[in-house]
Each structure stands twice: as structure tokens, then as C-alpha cells.
Design a protein around this ligand. Structure first.
Ligand code: HEC
Length: 272
């Protein structure tokens, strides 16, 4: 049987261990399970909103946010879906970050599991790794098709741009592998061409040469437009224009046009 000082020591040790867990497992509880961002977050389930609230927001966003997010991957709620699903990895461009239906070929899964094929470190960077049970829920969501879940009512009503990467006025480091534009509805892919999507380098006098961009919808994610420069974008200021009115304007699958042009400018340069 323990004497009083022995029991105190155990209590102190237990507290120290718990404190240590809380310290290096930010966003994880004492069992290594992700905590909700706020108390009252429903437990982790294999749907996108739940993964956002239980994993991306509490564990990943402290690094993966803003214009300087690692590999251009912003995992905050406004960007994560558009930048994950059907979008090629920066580190391993032959793989999609999330390939709907195929978790084994989804780079995010390889990064979370620390697979041998990855470039760079296992995520979360600096550890501890997510519990396999958490990764399995992400795998399940991907196996099920990586659906986005219901859209917030107000945003869903109008066809509009909901997010861009880079964000407007952002300063991003070269090389910029791609521009991603997320919309509130599925795009009509037949309207995506160099008369509706235009990237111009400001000050250079000339627009980017025709054919310099590859334009397509993200695989399995028809609300995200990928604009991929065939070469690297030289340092400079850029203006992206999406034509939203007139004949052949960008529209959703129900023929609702954007209504007006969408213009966003950003800068590619070495960040200070
Ligand atoms: C402490 C900072 C940090 C945290 C926390 C973090 N990451 Fe990362 N992440 C990085 C850095 C730095 C890189 C690039 C270097 C590397 O891959 O090792 C990266 C790269 C990635 C990539 C590769 C992107 C691409 O396009 O190739 C993925 C995917 C990724 N992280 C997912 C996650 C997920 C999911 C989480 C949360 C579970 C997470 N990261 C948490 C810092 C972090």
C-alpha cells in the first residue's frame, strides 16, 4: 500500500504527464484524440464538416493558414475543401491531395501516416501523429467520395466566387504552382476557356501568352477551378479576371452566370 508521500508523487507525476501531453499534442486530449475547436463540437465522424471542426481547425490551422501557408495549403474552413479535393499536391504533383474514392492515393493520407513515398515530414509537422483511428475516419470520408456536405444556405443561393488561392492582395512565394478559385456552385465546364479566365501580368505590358495556362475543374470537386501555369509564374504582380457577364460568361451548371466580372490581384515574390 502507498504511503501518503508516495500517493502525492503519483498524483504529481500524473499531472506532469497530462501537462506534457497537452503541451506537445496541441489540439489533442489526454487520449490523443483531437479536441473540438470549441466545447460542444460533435465527435469526429466521416463527413467533411466534422473533420474540419475536429482535426483541421484545432490541429492544422496554426501552420496551414494565410498567404504563407506551407505548400500553399490553407486548411481553415474557408479554404480547405477547395484546396484539398481534386487538387494536386505541391510536393508530389502526380498525386492529388485528396483523390475522391481512393484514400491510398490521397497525398494527405500518406502525409498523415508518414508513408515512405512522401516528400518532407509526417503531419502534423513536429508531431505527435494523429491517432490511426482519426486517420481512418479521414480515409472513410475519402472512400465515400470526399463530399463537401451541405453548403451554408446564404452562400448557396447565388453563383459566386467563395474563395481564391492566392487570396486577393496576397503576397506568395515563387514558384506558384497553381491558382485555385472556389465557387458556391458547380461550374459549367464548357464555359471555362481563355475568354472567360484571364491572367495578366501587370506592368509587363503584355498578358500571359495564350496557352500558358491549363484550365480545368478539380477532380471530383466541380466547384473548384484549377488554373495551372505551364511554366512558373515570374515574380511580379498579377491580375486574374473571370468574365461573368455577356455571351459565354462563366456560369454554374444551372446557367446562372456570375453576373459581373470577378477580379483578383496578387503578387508573386520572395516574401521578406
Ligand atoms: C507545425 C506546423 C504544421 C502543422 C501543425 C501541420 N503542418 Fe502540414 N505542413 C507543414 C510544413 C512546414 C509543410 C511543408 C514541409 C513538409 O512537408 O515537411 C507541410 C506540408 C503539408 C502537406 C503537403 C502539401 C502539398 O501540397 O504537398 C500536407 C498535405 C499537410 N501538410 C497536411 C497537414 C495536415 C492535414 C495537418 C493537420 C493534421 C498539418 N499538415 C499540420 C507544417 C505543418
Amino acid at each position: 500500500m502507498l504511503d501518503v508521500s508516495g500517493a502525492r508523487l503519483l498524483v504529481a507525476l500524473g499531472a506532469a504527464l497530462l501537462a506534457a501531453c497537452a503541451g506537445n499534442g496541441e489540439g489533442l486530449d489526454a487520449n490523443g484524440q483531437p479536441l473540438g475547436s470549441a466545447s460542444g463540437t460533435p465527435p469526429l465522424a466521416a463527413d467533411f464538416q466534422s473533420i474540419q471542426d475536429n482535426v483541421f481547425t484545432p490541429v492544422c490551422v496554426r501552420c496551414h493558414s494565410g498567404a504563407g501557408a506551407p505548400q500553399g495549403l490553407q486548411l481553415d474552413a474557408a479554404h480547405s475543401y477547395a484546396l484539398l479535393v481534386g487538387v494536386p499536391s505541391n510536393e508530389e504533383p502526380s498525386l492529388l491531395r485528396v483523390k475522391p474514392g481512393v484514400p491510398d492515393s490521397s497525398y494527405i493520407v500518406l502525409k498523415l501516416e508518414g508513408s515512405s513515398g512522401i516528400v518532407g515530414a509526417q503531419m502534423p509537422f513536429g508531431g505527435p501523429p494523429l491517432p490511426q483511428s482519426t486517420i481512418d475516419v479521414i480515409r472513410q470520408w475519402i472512400s465515400d467520395g470526399a463530399a463537401s456536405g451541405p453548403m451554408a444556405g446564404a452562400a448557396a443561393a447565388r453563383f459566386a466566387v467563395t474563395a481564391t488561392f492566392p487570396e486577393g492582395e496576397a503576397l506568395v512565394a515563387p514558384p506558384l504552382a497553381r491558382i485555385v478559385v472556389a465557387f458556391s456552385h458547380e461550374l459549367d465546364a464548357s464555359l471555362i476557356n481563355d475568354t472567360t479566365v484571364h491572367l495578366e501580368r501587370l506592368g509587363s505590358g503584355a498578358p500571359e501568352p495564350a496557352g500558358a495556362l491549363s484550365l480545368r475543374l478539380a477532380e471530383g470537386n466541380p466547384r473548384a477551378l484549377l488554373i495551372i501555369p505551364r511554366g512558373t509564374l515570374a515574380a511580379g504582380s498579377y491580375r486574374l479576371t473571370l468574365r461573368g457577364s455577356g455571351g459565354g460568361a462563366l456560369a454554374d451548371v444551372n446557367a446562372r452566370a456570375l453576373g459581373s466580372d470577378y477580379v483578383s490581384e496578387f503578387i508573386v515574390d520572395i516574401t521578406p
